[in-house]
Design a protein around this ligand. Structure first.
Ligand code: NAP
Length: 438
């Protein structure tokens, strides 16, 4: 048997994911070498604090605080530090030195992906980032490779485990948002500062990556309409449940024709009502899933753990073996195709169904007034349900009205909601949420 060549691997970061990557590289060295066709030698691990406590016991001599020197002498660089700098500079330095790079840094890719992709293309090296979207779930390579002979029309993703856990808790226990968030923090599913997760930004970063690969066009964060879950109440969840829906935070990228006939892609993140029988409705806890619709393949669903050191390390190692194989076999690096040039459409172009919650006076003729106003704005009602409440102290009755519309544009819906607010029988509009999958 011929002796395998050795490829030098530099690891930047040894936290939740990096420590597991280092462990697998060392413990599984033989199997990885057989699959990659080269020995993958971990030459060093760059960290901030050499003696910080680690999840995995690793040889101390591997650690360094000098990341710049470490990347200079590597064939493959794994960036798992997170954040924008120095990750960005180190990745660019690695690429310029001819190393292929594997990263899980969705924040950096969403902010400055095009610079990094262009640098990798120019240097003829591989830049892979399967771990950046939905952790362990193989989703980017299936989109880029397996579906490259098809046309993707729509991607719906539950790509943030924290928000899925919170919404699932609210759905199963009736908890308020704040209590479900506290539980997520207690169990380690949410960070002390949960803003990026509950505000939808983390999902928006992943949506840009999914949309770019699916529609062969580079989208960035500015193209994403983003709403988080902080405004979703226990009452919204209960009302949705009552009507046969579940609320999920979805990252959506879909091909659309706007009312003016222009074609493009809408990329958006928002809380969404899904029918309980939709496959994504069965994604519980902190799990992730991505549902794809393609012209020829039809519907596909990818499900699994979207975070966690060991699951995410699996995606990183997959990218590493694939990049190593390419080095061994030679030939050009695999790049994304970005010849799509599809414009990003604004949220106003979206045509979807809506769920609207109204607190109304309990008077005769109210329902007819509201129904007429919807009709005047060209928004047709699919379901209208009323529940009567009596205030125990004042003895005043009010009614909660829940409406699900047929498909309508954002603009028509917004005009309807404005007009509804002006009616004297309306106490308040309690919620306006989009519906998918009907
Ligand atoms: P983490 O636990 O915070 O670890 C970060 C590591 O990077 C630490 O070892 C830290 O060193 C090192 N580091 C940070 N800044 C550095 C600097 N300036 N110089 C040298 N080393 C530095 O992060 P993580 O959870 O493993 O996440 C890593 C990346 O994977 C992020 O981009 C994240 O978005 C992505 N990702 C994570 C998950 C997940 O489940 N955690 C899932 C998907 C993707 P010290 O240890 O010395 O502080």
């Amino acid at each position: 048997m011929t002796e395998l060549r050795t490829l030098k691997v530099a690891l930047l970061g040894c936290g939740n994911v990096g420590a597991q990557v280092a462990r697998i590289l060392i413990d599984d060295a033989e199997a990885l070498a057989a699959r990659a066709g080269a020995r993958l030698e971990l030459t060093g691990i760059a960290v901030r604090t050499i003696d910080a406590p680690r999840d995995v016991e690793l040889p101390r001599e591997l650690f360094t605080t000098d990341a710049d020197t470490l990347v200079k002498d590597a064939d493959l660089v794994i960036e798992l530090m997170g954040g924008i700098e120095p990750a960005r500079t180190l990745i660019l330095a690695a690429i310029q030195n001819g190393a292929s790079v594997v990263t899980g840094n969705k924040a950096l890719l969403a902010q400055d992906g095009p610079t990094l992709y262009a640098a990798a293309d120019k240097a003829g090296v591989q830049l892979s980032y399967e771990a950046a979207v939905a952790g362990a779930i193989p989703i980017l390579r299936p989109i880029r490779d397996s579906l490259s002979g098809d046309r993707i029309t729509r991607v719906l993703g539950i790509v943030n485990g924290t928000t899925n856990f919170i919404l699932d808790q609210m759905d199963t226990t009736g908890a308020q948002f704040e209590d479900a968030l506290a539980e997520a923090q207690r169990l380690g599913y949410a960070e002390a500062d949960p803003t990026a997760d509950v505000g939808g930004l983390d999902a928006a970063a992943k949506a840009t990556i999914l949309a770019s690969l699916s529609f062969h066009t580079r989208f960035d964060l500015e193209n994403v309409h983003c709403e988080g879950i902080t405004g979703v109440s226990a009452a919204d969840i209960a009302a949705a449940k009552d009507a046969g829906f579940v609320i999920k935070l979805l990252a959506i990228a879909e091909k659309l024709t706007a009312a003016d006939g222009s074609e493009g892609v809408s990329v958006r993140v928002h809380p969404t009502l899904l029918p309980r029988e939709h496959p994504l409705a069965a994604v519980h806890g902190a799990f992730n899933a991505v549902f794809i619709e393609a012209e020829n393949a039809g519907e596909l669903m990818f499900y699994g753990q979207g975070a966690g050191g060991t699951p995410t390390a699996s995606a990183v190692l997959g990218d590493l073996v694939s990049a190593a194989r390419r080095i061994v076999l030679g030939g050009p690096a695999q790049t994304e195709t970005t010849n799509g040039q599809v414009p990003a459409l604004p949220i106003d172009a979206v045509n979807t169904s809506y769920y609207i919650g109204l607190d109304v006076a309990d008077q005769p003729g109210v329902l007819a007034k509201i129904a007429q106003l919807f009709a005047e704005h060209g928004v047709s009602i699919e379901i209208m349900r009323q529940t009567i409440h009596r205030d125990a102290d004042s003895n005043v009755e009010s009614a909660e009205l829940r409406i699900v519309t047929h498909r309508a544009t954002e603009a028509a819906l917004a005009a309807t909601v404005r007009a509804v607010k002006g009616l004297d029988v309306i106490n308040s509009v309690t919620s306006v949420l989009r519906v998918e999958g009907v």
